[in-house]
Write a protein that binds this ligand. Sequence first.
Ligand code: NYM
Length: 212
Amino acid sequence: KGANNESRGALVVFEGLDRSGKTSQCGRLLSYLEGLGHSVELWRFPDRSTSVGQMISAYLTNKSQLDDHTIHLLFSANRWDKRSLMETKLKAGTTLIVDRYSYSGVAFSSAKGLDFEWCKAPEIGLIAPDLVVYLDIPAEKAAERGGYGGERYEQLEFQRKVAQHYKLLEDSSWEIVDACQTLEVVEKQVKEIVLEHVTTCQKGKALSSLWS
Ligand code: NYM
């Protein structure tokens, strides 16, 4: 739990291509921070449990077809649905580890050919992460990792484009971790980076908004 009433939780986002190891690393980080006595929760986007999330899930599993703009706005709406709860949790001192966020939203949709600035617009005003851990892996290497599932977007050529668009989103909140290393080495680097940021937030760093 936080050291005093003013200390807030950190918003830590994981980004990277499909099969870059985000989900494994998020799980390990969660146990680590819990073990240190922090109040921490693991979230993910898309959150498939909400009504918007179910529409997104149907789209990703090819059970429904949607215009590219429409699905982009649904992904964004899925985050807006959680914005106020996110703020409440952070202010109450809970650190949130989030598996994908607005950067996925923009990188995947703009890789399809949608205008980059248009893709960013609906994300404006969401809470800005204190830290974005980008798990960096070439699309070819990610594809070798047990192959992709059958969901939309899980194709080598498309993932290459997504990687190019992710690069355009990098800002000072990003830490790039080489995801070609072993799970254990990545885990160690992630823990060090995250702990430093959690401490900074406890010391009173203000929350800010995307994209500024
Ligand atoms: N995805 C995810 C988007 O296209 N836009 C978004 O805003 C988000 C959060 O959904 N291939 C894509 C990236 C993934 C897919 O994510 C499902 P996951 O982490 O495999 O459940």
